[in-house]
Design a protein around this ligand. Structure first.
Ligand code: FPP
Length: 273
């Protein structure tokens, strides 16, 4: 098991947080709704796009930290199907920042053995963005460490609809009219096929909403909402989120093991297992 305290300066506040994290109970998949870039910029009398630019430093730090913590998957919500409603200039800047990020960070992704995979209705993005994404995905395809999924032109409902349609075509092609789809089969045809569901969903900037993110996959995720705005979100905030997660009791619809024993002793059978 990794010695987490090695990731921080001795005696630092970060080391103190890391000391409290149980390396045996890390979330396998962390999903993040990066929110608050606009408010961050507004509070500094800057243009909204400056908030997005500043948010890239947080992306860099969080992705690298997840890799060091040996987290299996991190999924960042960078652009939703609804975000096209924003002013053209803002959309264009976000796409430009994304391309810039890929070119600048590809070396760091490789050094850290990170596999980069975009998810969403990628065919709806500008051809130059699609090319850049495909290039980064191909360059990092052989990496075996952290899987970094970036959700672009993404919507949870759109993903479910796309999955239904994909399965329909598949079954028709194979002439499997009577095939009964189950949850496992459905999951394995989502954009996130073959990845564990998120254990921890983080939302920055205090809003208590899911915003159409990974609707199917977050069925049992623990949700951590912080008031910190995304451009201010740093390593220590991630450690705090993980500590919050580790303090939760995850029952997946069942009951606590100790309570189950109490029922059995009293001659009752628990309703759920
Ligand atoms: C939400 O803040 C943030 C976004 C819609 C975009 C997130 C994008 C980045 C962090 C930068 C690009 C990412 C990469 C990987 C290059 P908001 O604008 O909704 O903030 P507000 O609610 O305060 O207005």
């Amino acid at each position: 098991m990794i010695d987490l305290t090695k990731l921080a300066e001795p005696g630092s506040a970060e080391e103190e947080l890391l000391r409290r994290i149980d390396p045996g109970k890390l979330p396998r998949h962390i999903a993040v709704i990066m929110d608050g870039n606009g408010r961050w910029a507004k509070s500094r009398n800057l243009l909204r796009v400056e908030g997005h630019r500043a948010g890239i430093a947080s992306v860099r730090e969080i992705v690298e930290t997840c890799a060091r913590l040996e987290i299996q998957v991190v999924t960042l919500y960078a652009f939703s199907v609804e975000n096209w409603k924003r002013p053209r200039y803002e959309v264009a800047t976000l796409m430009m920042l994304l391309k810039e990020y890929i070119r600048r960070e590809i070396g760091t992704l490789q050094e850290n053995n990170i596999r980069f995979v975009p998810i969403g209705r990628l065919e709806g993005l500008d051809a130059s963005v699609q090319r850049e994404l495909a290039w980064a995905q191909e360059q990092t395809a052989q990496n075996t460490g952290l899987l970094f999924q970036i959700a672009l032109n993404y919507g949870g409902r759109a993903e479910i609809v796309d999955t239904v349609n994909r399965i329909n075509v598949l079954l028709r092609e194979k002439g499997l009219d009577d095939f009964r789809v189950d949850e496992e089969f459905f999951s394995s045809h989502l954009y996130t096929a073959n990845t564990p569901d998120p254990d921890l969903l983080i939302r920055t900037s205090g809003e208590l909403r899911i915003s159409n993110f990974l609707l199917w996959q977050i069925a049992y995720a623990e949700i951590h909402v912080t008031k910190t705005l995304w451009p201010d979100f740093r390593r220590r905030h991630l450690y705090e989120a993980i500590l919050d997660f580790q303090g939760r009791e995850r029952r997946y619809g069942g009951i606590d093991e100790n309570d189950a024993e109490m029922f059995v002793e009293a001659g009752e059978m628990p309703l759920e297992e």
